[in-house]
Design a protein around this ligand. Structure first.
Ligand code: THU
Length: 131
């Protein structure tokens, strides 16, 4: 139950992306502290800024299902290089993850770039900073 299952889940949900404006379909999958996988795809909107990233949708699914920690992330899109989470999503994921949390960035051609949330978002601001 490793990266393969998480990446497969991200690839599968990507098929459901609503991305008529960018044409850039993204799939994301998050593993929670119980080992469960939660998925999301990007959901764009005619009012462009209202669109949601795949990672944000997956995060909502994890929290709604009662998950409280992210133990692994996979993101995939059809791009020349493996797709990394956008800056805003890195911060969203940070709320429920740690620097060591593995993030598997991938493209549909099968190129992968394993990294961590700490590498993607160094010196991040998180819940511990608040009094
Ligand atoms: N997008 C994601 O869903 N996740 C990312 O990590 C990068 C970008 C979406 C937002 C928008 O719907 C489309 O990809 C193009 O930016």
């Amino acid at each position: 139950m490793g990266d393969d299952a998480l990446l497969a889940a991200a690839l599968a949900v990507r098929q459901n992306a609503h991305a008529p404006y960018s044409g850039f379909a993204v799939g994301a999958a998050l593993r929670d502290e119980q080992g469960r996988i939660h998925v999301g795809c990007n959901v764009e909107n005619a009012a462009y800024p209202q669109g949601l990233c795949a990672e944000a949708v997956a995060l909502g699914a994890l929290v709604a299902a009662g998950g409280r920690r992210i133990t692994a992330v996979a993101v995939v899109a059809d791009a020349p290089a493996p797709v990394t989470p956008c800056g805003g999503c890195r911060q969203k994921l940070r709320e429920f993850a740690s620097d060591a949390t593995p993030v598997l960035c991938a493209n549909t051609a099968g190129t992968t770039m394993p990294t961590t949330l700490g590498a993607l978002l160094p010196h991040s601001f998180g819940p511990d900073h608040l009094p």
